[in-house]
Design a protein around this ligand. Sequence first.
Ligand code: SAH
Length: 582
Amino acid sequence: MFISISTTGTAAHPATDLGYLLHKHPGKAQRFSTSHGEAHVFYPEAGEQRCTAALLLDVDPVALVRRSRGHAKGASSAAAGAAALSQYVNDRPYAASSLLAVALRSVFRTAMKGACEQRPGLAEQPRELTVVLPAVAAGGGEERTPGERSLVERLFEPLGWQVTASAIPLDETFPAWGDSRYKRLELTGTLLLADALQQLYVLLPVLDGAKHYWVAPDEVDKLLAAGEGWLADHPDHALITRRYLHRRWSLANEALRRLELARLAEADDSEAEELDNAVALDPESGEPTVTSSLVGTMAEPVAVVPARVSADAGTGDTGAGAAEAPAAAEADGAGKLVPLARRRRAAIVALLAEVGAARVLDLGCGQGELVGELLKEKRITEVLGVDVSTSALAAAARKLRLERLPERQAARVRLVQGALTYTDARLKGYDAAVLCEVIEHLDLPRLPALEYAVFGAARPATVIVTTPNAEYNVRWESLPAGHHRHADHRFEWDRAEFRAWAEQVAANYGYTVAFHPVGPEDPQVGPPTQLAMFRHGIEPATASAGAPEPATDSATASEPEPATAPEPATATATAPERSAPR
Ligand code: SAH
């Protein structure tokens, strides 16, 4: 398996600078052992005018078979399976594939990062590059109508490469047999070497369509790291993502979601992770991770939609996705996108101001974005953030810089671990509670337990609940039909379902409820987020619910805990009147 990279030069800027960029001396042939065989790096030519570096990967077929066997076991990996099936005769030692991509990365790791300490500035200069791959499974025999671009062209041309793909006959001595499914590929372009290597690292396996190893979740990280700066805006980024992740849909969706966030963050000039706390932070390093199973990291697959609504921004932004869906994020007056998560927080803060709440619970506070917003409000004297996830709380504490807050500020906020399906004395006596994008993370049968713990036991005068509007999901391009916005969502309700639930809860616990859309309201499917504000003790006339339904039996029955008798659920009977004047 072979790849060569050539560049041109002049006396002032000799082509042999390629050696510095690749961190491999042009005068030496070097050998590296990789997990699938020996990699050789050498320079067939190394002159001032022209210099070519070559990587030859001598695949060890026995190691390959052994590995693919191990991986095929227990995993339904088509890649591993295919490799195992055709273990006796296959193209793996010859056709450029994920094996070559992995070898490229392990041999040219520093070059791929764009680092060149010996020649500062060199790595930042685009160079005329020619990449030759003598055998590439170019598109897996795709059928094309005349005039349609080939997969290789679609992948490489948008990145600034000129693509020449020449057919390779099956057997030169028998021309009648026709061409093989392999092509000789020549790519030329003026690019940064690091970008070229990153692109090859991602696109070789994409072209080949098979992977020699089981696609594990950390592949998403690898893809996004290598794709930084070019993948998000590639017109075929969805195709690339799916093929790279070998059609593991959950991973592909995760990657696409994060790509979209990255793009939006760019548009919005903020950090991707700010847009959507579903981007989990590793508690140790503070770096984003993809462990979507981490509790406390959930939100929509796409917190905002990549549609630019602004007419006055004047950017002429027609980037990919610009016309994909109506905006869940709308441009504000200055033409900037406002992420949905931020809109949600703004709506909550405004409603809390309306009722004059001073002591507020953020239930299921996640990484503390709302807590941070609440602390900006002078009127709010105390915020208690509660979450079941310690890693989310740790991230929240770090983001809020709790340990560095001045004493007076620090006294206003506390983060505690707690499960909302259990009554908790610490939650009593607050003016308001917020459940922002939390209820959908509970299994439906557990929801009555939360209802009791919040509306029955903690019983603040105001409760604000937000949850996705499932009807709106059709407006999200990256969300396959019938999927939830986040893998951890146990349900997503349409407007009627949410309304019915909220009205029932209000009736059970003696609250009134009002509904507020969050985000732009679509004429057909409504707003992306639905919000219900529950109040009690304010309008006694309407708040008088029927017979108190203490804690819904089914909920408490499944509770191991509540030793205390469920409190009656009418508003006035037991609730401390903490409503502030309007
Ligand atoms: N409110 C935050 C986070 C929403 S994600 C925001 O809008 O950004 C949902 C959060 O609810 C997660 O942090 C998760 O850990 C928490 N959660 C889910 N079930 C919970 C439970 N039973 N008790 C406490 N927290 C829970």
